[in-house]
Ligand binder design. Structure first.
Ligand code: TEU
Ligand code: CA
Length: 554
């Protein structure tokens, strides 16, 4: 595998709207991010991915872009953005922007012009079809509910949107659209960006000609996945994009890729792959049902382990996955992957170590380093997220009583991850001096950065140690490039693996409240990390405490 500048880095995702508000309007902003760069540098972050802060009506919180060359005034100005890139650079941090090009906003100039003249140049930027009374062009269901077709205002046509109706899909079959995308990427890379996280990219290739699929719910519609399964040839678009943009700059790109086939891994992330890396969503999508969130099967510790190892086995040493515990699209990982009632500092640290030391690039989502948890929603009125509101409706339609429906969707709600970053125990978690756009999690008096930064035993300090270990010149080669070998795979509620390179490390976590014993094949040389004060052992036998995690050099 060819060595790349980003292989040994540690990345961090910022959701700008909820990170830090510098001017009291209740919305996080770019000057707010700049003021927290020292916090991030001190933690050991090298790559910073910002969820979208381009000009946007914020129908999907910025994933609906109305101008790819501008910053939304709620987030700041272009000068702020340039200052962020420069200030980050001074601290050895590079910035990734979010590339949202499956769709734009219905308030983008292109879409407005398509409405004015659907048969002209800009009509071809979108997927338009003639409107027929009582009949839709296809029976596809949008990710956010309802049909993917809506009327193109003031015309006799309809347009396609696989996400929200304010997110019309761009027609990638049109070379002019692709040119516009590449021009924009290069424009940003010329500003000194490190690269991009690439949104929903798997949706850019549609199976053509479009047709209906077997309905999978009462609504007579079918999941987009049915169409995506059939779509072929996305590689031509992705390869072209790589060659025309990222490659020339040696930029970093990480794709939001779902459902790639094992044989496609080298094309996606091998040497000269379409992307530098792609996220591992294997754990996040485990148990998901076509019926909706309400029907999802819970994930157990054994499932979690299997999902992580399966993803590792699929990629092997072909390339680098980007490993995540959470992102802005769902639950807080500690609330999701740790069995109910067991979420505590020890279990949070265990999950952190097990995930962070997998082979691949670690991405930390804002607040994850503090062990931020899910939100106790008292009513659906407290939810802002469009996806959660739709899934709540789906659960009610399936016959769940309102309390059950709320409980079911609360578990997956994207708002769990979107509450304000918990900086202090002061009003609104120190996020804003005004009224936050989304209420802070009420647990901020006990979970906040100010307290944890000073506490050597905090979750934050544990993350800092994990990052320091990954960067330690003695262990770096092994942690970054070493092979991953599962151990004791069949043991219940135990997740363990070797990292083998210049050195041999054993990472072992007791994924349950009750203690359990392991017999080491040989005595370890040293303890690199332990979320407890000591190790209960008798020669080669270790009695792991509840949720104890150890990183041992063998
Ligand atoms: O998400 C793409 C995606 O696959 C979604 O189906 C995601 O699983 C869903 O939002 C969960 O409810 C990306 C972004 O990460 C997301 O925030 C955006 O809403 C979406 O694209 C549209 O841009
Ligand atoms: Ca603000």
């Amino acid at each position: 595998m060819e060595r790349k500048w980003w292989h040994d880095k540690v990345a961090y995702q910022i959701y700008p709207k909820s990170f830090y508000d510098s001017n009291g309007d209740g919305i996080g902003d770019i000057p707010g991010i700049i003021s927290k760069l020292d916090y991030l540098a001190d933690l050991g972050i090298d790559i910073l991915w910002l969820s979208p802060c381009y000009r946007s009506p914020l129908a999907d919180q910025g994933y609906d872009i109305s101008d790819y060359y501008d910053i939304d005034p709620r987030f700041g100005t272009m000068e702020d953005m340039e200052r962020l890139i420069a200030e980050a650079k001074k601290r050895g941090i590079c910035i990734l922007m979010d590339l949202v090009v499956n769709h734009c906003s219905d308030e983008h100039e292109w879409f407005k012009r398509a409405c004015e003249d659907p048969d002209g140049k800009y009509g071809k930027y979108f997927y338009l079809r003639d409107k027929k009374e009582g009949e839709l062009p296809t029976n596809w269901r949008s990710y956010f509910g309802g049909p993917v077709w809506d009327d193109l205002p003031d015309t006799d046509k309809q347009y396609l949107h696989v996400f929200h109706k304010k997110q019309p899909d761009l027609n990638w079959e049109n070379p002019e659209v692709r040119e516009e995308v590449y021009k924009n990427i290069n424009w940003w890379l010329d500003k000194g960006l490190g690269g991009f996280r690439i949104d929903a990219i798997i949706n850019i290739k549609k199976a053509l000609p479009m047709h209906d699929y077997e309905p999978d719910r009462e609504d007579g519609l079918c999941s987009i996945h049915a169409m995506l399964q059939e779509a072929e040839g996305i590689g031509a678009f992705l390869g072209e994009m790589r060659d025309r943009t990222f490659k020339k700059y040696d930029a970093f790109s990480v794709g939001e890729v779902f459902n790639e086939k094992p044989e496609e891994v080298p094309d996606f992330i091998g040497d000269n792959g379409y992307f530098s890396s792609m996220f591992d969503f294997n754990e996040a999508i485990f148990g998901r049902s076509g019926k909706g969130w309400y029907d999802a099967a819970p994930i157990t510790p054994d499932d979690y382990k299997k999902c992580c190892f399966a993803a590792q086995a699929k990629v092997k040493n072909v390339g680098f996955l980007s490993n995540i515990i959470e992102n802005h699209d769902g639950s807080r990982g500690v609330s999701y992957y740790i069995p109910e009632g067991d979420c505590c500092d020890e279990s949070k640290k265990m999950l952190a170590a097990l995930n962070f030391l997998l082979r691949g690039l670690p991405f930390i989502y804002q607040g994850q380093e503090l062990g931020m948890e899910n939100v106790p929603f008292a009513s659906i009125d407290e939810v802002d997220d469009i996806s959660t509101l739709d899934e709540y409706k789906v659960a009610l339609e399936a016959g769940l009583p309102p309390e059950e429906a709320l409980k079911a969707v609360s578990k997956f709600s994207r708002d769990n991850a979107r509450t304000p970053m918990q900086w202090t125990d002061g009003a609104n978690a120190g996020f804003t001096t005004g009224t936050p756009w989304l209420k802070a999690n009420p647990n901020y008096p006990s979970i906040n950065a100010a307290a944890q930064v000073q506490d050597a035993d905090s979750v934050y300090s544990f993350y800092k140690k994990l990052i320091a270990l990954r960067k330690d010149p003695v262990y770096k080669e092994t942690i970054v490039y070493g092979a991953l070998e599962p151990v004791w795979e069949e043991r219940h509620n135990l997740m363990a693996y070797y990292r083998k390179g210049e050195r041999t490390l054993l990472v072992v976590g007791n994924y349950q409240r009750e203690p359990q014993e392991i017999a080491l094949p040989a005595m370890y040389k040293s303890v690199l990390l332990n979320n407890y004060k000591d190790i209960a052992q008798d020669k080669g036998t270790i009695r792991l405490q509840g949720y104890q995690v150890l990183v041992l050099e063998m």
